[in-house]
Structure formats: structure tokens, C-alpha cells
Ligand binder design. Structure first.
Ligand code: FPP
Length: 229
């Protein structure tokens, strides 16, 4: 089947790294590292399809609160590695990098690397890669409402949207969750009101470009039906 209708903005909940590692009798960090490699491959594939906006859930507020220190340190190490080594190449390929979430509780050097990745992005990038890090959808909505209240503004859908971390990004058309759970886990709650959702049991490190294409085919089929009789 041809893919006739591509999403403009794809969100990905990259779940299943821990189980992937466990099946191999390896530490969870091994799964996260494989997850990072999978993410790099998917972003390349999305570029080949000319998908302009990709948002990946790299760390939820709940992860930051509830994961053991050691695992968080390993995730921070991965972020250090990615933002020191891969982001320049991304910029060169025309990517705008954006980070959504509360960066304040992150280690200083990680926060600086993320901010540099955002700041050094080309102004008119070909695509936008957004990392949700210490991100939670509910907290994001509350924060936006607080800003409006402090500034004495009316709360409308438009004004609230404009104070979300995602201000300026189109709403996601398609949300993919790997790893078999069938829920959003606080990811882009407001923004995904009309998104098509796709759940697959494939664990994220195994989520190959071929699996991504399969998801896109499903999206294409759904939206074609939506417009039909
Ligand atoms: C959930 O899998 C995944 C995470 C908490 C982290 C996702 C991070 C990556 C894929 C690496 C991304 C790297 C960069 C640099 C952005 P899980 O650990 O909850 O898996 P489980 O449900 O099998 O335990």
C-alpha cells in the first residue's frame, strides 16, 4: 500500500528499553543506549519522509521523581553524549532542536548542553526535533494557566496554547507508543486532542525504520478513511 498522507508532526513515546535489556540479561542502561540508537535511526527515516516535526518523550517528570538515581545518571549521560556529539550534525542537516519540560532540576551541565542545542539551531530549520525532558502534560497546562493569571489575561484555548512549552509547534497528528502499554502517560495531553494514536508491542530499541513505515501506513489508512464515506 502506498503512503499517501503523511503526518506533519509525529510524537513518539519511546517505551520498552528496560524490558529489552532485561531479555538480554543486560543492565537497563544498555536498553536506553540501544533506545538512543533507535531514536537516531527513526529521526533519519522521518527526515527521508520529509516529516517536519518530531517530538520524542525522553524523560517524564514521573521518571525523574521515581527512577533510581543510578538510572537517572545513566540517562543524563546519554543526554550528554547525544547533545555533545550528535546535535551539531543535526543542525548541519537543517534541524531545529527544541526542548520542552522543566529544565531547572536537571544537572547544570546537562541543562547548558540542552540550551546550547536549542540556541545554536539554524533559524529557518527544515525540521524541528523536540525533546520532552522532565516534561509532564498536566504541569505544562497548570504552568500556562498560572502565566495567564499572573498577566491578568483571559483563559481561552488560544491564549492557553500560546503559553504551553510547544508554542509555535503544530499539534501532533500522530502519536506512536512502543512497548505495549496503551496510554499517553502525560505526554502532550492538551496538544494530542485530535491526534491519531498508534500502539505497538515492539520494544523501542527494536522499533526499526521498517516498523516506523508500518505505523505511517496505518496513519495513512486512517486519515484516508476519515475523509471518505
Ligand atoms: C522508557 O523505557 C524510556 C525512557 C524512560 C527513556 C527514553 C530514552 C531513550 C530512548 C534514550 C533517548 C536518548 C536521548 C539522548 C534523548 P523504560 O525504561 O520505561 O522501559 P521498560 O518499560 O521496559 O522498563
Amino acid at each position: 500500500m502506498e503512503i499517501t498522507n503523511l503526518p506533519r508532526h509525529v510524537g513518539i513515546i519511546m517505551d520498552g528499553n528496560g524490558r529489552w535489556a532485561k531479555r538480554r540479561h543486560r543492565p537497563r542502561s544498555f536498553g536506553h543506549s540501544a533506545g538512543m540508537d533507535a531514536m537516531i535511526r527513526i529521526v533519519k527515516r522521518a527526515n527521508e519522509w520529509d516529516i517536519r516535526y518530531i517530538t520524542v518523550y525522553a524523560l517524564s517528570t514521573e521518571n525523574l521523581k521515581n527512577r533510581p538515581r543510578e538510572e537517572l545518571d545513566e540517562l543524563f549521560d546519554l543526554l550528554r553524549k547525544y547533545f555533545s556529539n550528535n546535535v551539531k550534525e543535526l543542525h548541519a542537516r537543517g534541524a531545529k532542536v527544541r526542548v520542552i519540560g522543566d529544565k531547572a532540576p536537571l544537572p547544570d551541565d546537562v541543562r547548558r548542553l540542552l540550551e546550547d542545542g536549542e540556541k545554536n539551531s539554524p533559524p529557518d530549520g527544515k525540521f524541528t526535533l523536540t525533546f520532552a525532558i522532565n516534561y509532564g502534560g498536566r504541569a505544562e497546562i497548570v504552568r500556562a494557566a498560572e502565566v495567564l493569571r499572573e498577566n491578568g489575561k483571559n483563559i481561552t484555548e488560544e491564549s492557553l496554547s500560546s503559553e504551553l512549552y510547544t508554542e509555535g509547534l503544530p499539534e501532533p497528528d500522530f502519536i506512536i507508543r512502543t512497548g505495549g502499554e496503551v496510554r499517553l502517560s502525560n505526554f502532550l495531553l492538551w496538544q494530542s486532542a485530535y491526534a491519531e494514536l498508534y500502539f505497538t508491542p515492539v520494544l523501542f530499541p527494536d522499533f526499526s525504520p521498517k516498523e516506523f513505515d508500518k505505523a505511517l501506513k496505518e496513519y495513512s489508512r486512517r486519515t484516508r478513511r476519515f475523509g471518505g464515506i
